[in-house]
Design a protein around this ligand. Structure first.
Ligand code: HEC
Ligand code: HEC
Length: 361
């Protein structure tokens, strides 16, 4: 943030243009390409929490158990961790998740979803969630898998009957009763407190101190020469039209026309074939790529952008150039700098239900 302000300040003071002229005012070039915003903002060390759900050690400890405990699924087989596994940076390594037609997103750093250049301090009640931005806030998102048949709900319960069932199950386990009391006092076990505890835990799944963040904060040696070239290529090639800001996402929906998986039904995203720009943080750990996991690695993604930019539906794709085979290793080296900070990979030895932590899918 400091750095970005500095760059803007310098441009208006010592740049060749007259005072007050901003990059935004520059006319698009002949190709119709739009300006790429700078993306050199580091993530702060701790993410914000919503006013209605301030973090506390008791909530985080409880949320961690709930995240790993398959007791929250209708048939007691799946936990959140079944599809959000620390081994895959809290995604699941599959093209599409068990029973679901979409690729499991990473949960790392989702506490900052919605953080874009214009809003470095996002409203976490509004933080966009899912490939189509259809849910908001980690608290709101967690209702999704719990109430979806193909995910954790199963077929024995409905979206209406599952929460009374979960509250009854948790209330029958003394360890949960005392943990909810420690975290929420007399409010105890409710639909809201279940979701709040999970969200408070998810806000601890972060790795903001990557080489890139240290570089942006002034440690010029944090990136190798190759990684600095990779960052410059992403900017020069206008990938940062969309992969911008501290999360390398504009959190907007775009029609890229990613191919469907062979044999799969077409997924129309938000209904108009648009999907959200994914963050590039930890992207070297979250293969396969795209909303349907159709691309196994970066080479296929880069090949895709070669075609996608030929006849773009999205104005932000105009003038975008995919990395050449010579540039690709530099870009991939830079991607590694967006995920090389440690994060919590611990697995609870046991969960209060006595079931297998992480479930038995
Ligand atoms: C069966 C696998 C599965 C289970 C179980 C599951 N998820 Fe997910 N998760 C997914 C998939 C697939 C997506 C993307 C879905 C979409 O975009 O429609 C996703 C998306 C998310 C996101 C959005 C990330 C972003 O950047 O927008 C969060 C947060 C999340 N899951 C948390 C959870 C929590 C918390 C639980 C447990 C209550 C859970 N998930 C259970 C597969 C799963
Ligand atoms: C118009 C906005 C836009 C531009 C420009 C853009 N991207 Fe993307 N990017 C997206 C969207 C949207 C997706 C997800 C598409 C989907 O799943 O249907 C994506 C997905 C990706 C992914 C997969 C990430 C994951 O977790 O699955 C990578 C890697 C990527 N882009 C790299 C690049 C590179 C390199 C460039 C420059 C050549 C680029 N992008 C330019 C919007 C954009």
């Amino acid at each position: 943030m400091r750095r970005w302000m500095l760059v803007v300040g310098l441009a208006s003071c010592v740049g060749p243009n007259s005072m007050g002229e901003h990059a935004d005012d520059d006319p698009p070039d002949a190709s119709g390409a739009i300006d790429t915003p700078p993306s050199d903002l580091a993530l702060p060390l701790t993410p914000p929490s919503p006013a209605a759900n301030p973090s506390s050690p008791a909530k985080i400890a409880l949320g961690r158990l709930l995240f790993w405990d398959p007791i929250l699924s209708g048939d007691r087989e799946l936990a959140c961790a079944s599809c959000h596994d620390p081994q895959f940076a809290y995604s699941d390594g599959r093209q599409t998740s068990v029973g679901v037609t979409r690729n499991a997103q990473t949960i790392l750093n989702t506490a900052w979803n919605g953080t874009v250049l214009d809003h470095p301090a996002p409203d976490c009640e509004q933080a966009p969630m899912f490939w189509d931005n259809r849910a908001h806030a980690l608290e709101g998102q967690a209702r999704g898998p719990l109430t979806t048949a193909a995910e954790m709900l199963g077929t024995s319960f409905t979206a209406q009957t599952i929460f009374p069932e979960l509250i009854a199950r948790l209330s029958a386990i003394p360890e949960y009763v005392s943990q909810f009391e420690a975290a929420f006092g007399t409010t105890g076990i409710t639909e809201t407190t279940i979701l709040q505890a999970i969200a408070a835990f998810e806000r601890t799944l972060t790795n903001p101190q990557t080489s890139y963040d240290r570089y942006v904060d002034g440690d010029t040696a944090a990136l190798t020469a190759q990684q600095r070239r990779g960052l410059q290529i992403l900017r020069d090639n206008r990938c940062t039209n969309c992969h911008s800001g501290p999360m390398f996402s504009d959190y907007e929906l775009h029609p890229l026309r990613v191919p469907d998986l062979a044999g799969a039904m077409h997924d129309a995203g938000d209904g108009t074939n648009r999907f959200r720009t994914p963050s590039l943080r930890n992207v070297t750990r979250t293969a396969p790529y795209m909303h349907d996991g159709v691309f196994a690695g970066f080479q296929q993604v880069f090949q895709f952008y070669r075609d996608a930019t030929q006849n773009p539906l999205d104005p932000k794709l105009r003038g975008v150039r995919t990395p050449t085979p010579q540039e690709a290793p530099d870009v991939i080296a830079f991607f590694a700098a967006l995920g090389d900070a440690p994060f919590d990979t611990s697995v609870p030895a046991a969960v209060p239900s006595g079931l297998t932590p992480g479930g038995t899918p």
